[in-house]
Design a protein around this ligand. Structure first.
Ligand code: HEM
Length: 407
């Protein structure tokens, strides 16, 4: 991190102690009643229990025990060697963890290879849109999801938020990798490791004073409802925006894209009864779990600055107003305000008129449009961001934490 953004982070970090105490006094954010029916899920049936009260009963006790036994450093060393989907688990893992992982690495019986292949082709062809939407859209939206922002802020990874925030956006992008779920790919490994990290965080965060003082009524973080909130901020949001922009998405492509995300939710430990079976079901669930909880949080604003700092590092901050305007256009002004994005009325108007034209041109639907030069600059900045920030070509290095962010 350069000295500018480090200073900025320290300043924002310093403000958090006081703000945390304030947040503790304010009521928890409203969440609507869970009425989404399991009949709309990939399971087609289920008990219909509110996922707000469901965590991960297979992973959580195992990871809690691994942490309490002091096994995390040894396990992390062994797990570094496990990188490919088809690779046997490393020798020497504790028996309980090995048993869990052998089970967790199994793909769901309903996974369809043809759809997964098609989804990968689709994500590749639409790489720039998908990448920009994950990185700037979903990545920044996550900072308006208070529970996620706080969990990330107060957990170990919060100490290096740039690295941390890059990883969730990268995971979205890696899901679209051509090899993702093929034997030589690494998405099964990444998903199982992430599931274990989330289980570790559930054990650790309740011990964090910073988290406990700001978590409201939630006593254990990362419920299945929370995971689906993030899922919608990635999958549902990206598909919706691509369609709104006029990106050509056939029904087969959109089904395939949904499928790769359904499989990924399952691999992250979400019960099949909460995974939407169709985009209609996904949109309905998103409306219920994501829309009402978007809100400002001090931790989220700190994360926003880190993410925008990453973009600024690519071009010394030249395009920051442009990126701010593009993100406000993508997320909507309300969310933009929530996360503290500066208003850019002129640029925002320009982008909302010209961006769909540029997309139509890239999709081969119209001849070269007369768009202001600044739009080409924007497109180039997005391309650079996607290439450098997201597509690093290496699987994300994921370690199980055994402590929270040092206070
Ligand atoms: C860790 C992705 C949902 C909080 C991770 C990591 C990934 C990831 C890839 C590993 C990164 C690392 O090693 O630093 C996802 C995806 C989600 C999801 C794809 C949903 C589809 C959530 C939710 C929360 C959350 C809902 C909180 C409400 C965290 C935290 C860590 C983590 C606190 C650990 C950071 C650390 O201390 O290292 N997640 N996540 N995640 N995630 Fe998630």
């Amino acid at each position: 991190m350069d000295s500018f953004s480090r200073r900025k982070m320290l300043m924002t970090g310093g403000a958090l102690g006081a703000a945390g105490a304030l947040a503790a006094a304010s009521p928890a954010h409203a969440r609507s009643l869970w009425t989404w029916s399991p009949s709309a899920s990939v399971a087609g049936t289920g008990a219909g229990v509110d996922p707000e009260w469901v965590w991960d009963e297979e992973a959580d006790p195992v990871l809690a025990s691994v942490i309490d036994r002091g096994d995390v450093p040894r396990v992390n060393t062994l797990l570094k060697r496990w990188t490919r989907n088809d690779q046997p688990l490393p020798d020497g893992l504790p028996a309980d963890l090995k048993e869990f992982m052998e089970h967790a690495r199994q793909m769901p019986t309903w996974a369809e290879k043809a759809k997964l292949d098609r989804a990968a082709q689709f994500s590749k062809t639409k790489g720039i849109y998908v990448g920009a939407l994950y990185g700037l859209g979903s990545g920044l939206m996550s900072t308006a999801i208070p529970r996620e922002a706080r969990a990330v802020y107060y957990s170990k990874g919060g100490a290096d938020m740039k690295d941390r925030i890059a990883k969730t956006a990268r995971l979205g992008y890696d899901i679209g990798d051509l090899d993702a779920y093929l034997p030589q790919g690494s998405m099964i490994v990444t998903a199982v490791k992430t599931r274990m990290v989330h289980a570790a965080v559930r054990h650790l965060l309740p011990q964090s004073p910073g988290w406990s003082q700001t978590s409201g009524t939630q006593k254990i973080p990362i419920s299945q409802a929370d995971i689906m909130v993030t899922w919608h901020s990635l999958a549902t949001f990206v598909m919706r925006r691509m369609k709104e922009w006029g990106v050509r998405v056939s029904t087969a492509d959109s089904d395939a894209y949904l499928h790769v995300w359904q499989v990924s939710a399952h691999m992250l430990g979400v019960a099949d009864e909460y995974i939407p079976a169709s985009w209609d079901a996904a949109n309905a669930q998103s409306k219920q779990v994501l829309d009402p909880i978007l809100a400002h949080s001090t931790e989220g604003e700190a994360l926003t600055n880190v993410l925008l700092g990453i973009v600024a590092e690519l071009d010394a901050g030249l395009t920051r107003p442009l990126i701010s305007a593009f993100t406000r256009y993508t997320l909507g002004g309300d969310v933009g305000d929530m996360i503290g994005l500066s208003k850019q009325p002129v640029l925002e108007k320009l982008i909302s008129t010209a961006w769909p034209l540029l997309v139509a041109f890239r999709e081969g639907l119209v001849p070269l449009p007369a768009v202001p030069a600044v739009l080409w600059t924007l497109e180039e900045a997005l391309r650079r961001f996607v290439l450098l920030f997201l597509a690093e070509g290496q699987p994300i290095a994921i370690d199980i934490p055994d402590v929270n962010r040092p206070s």
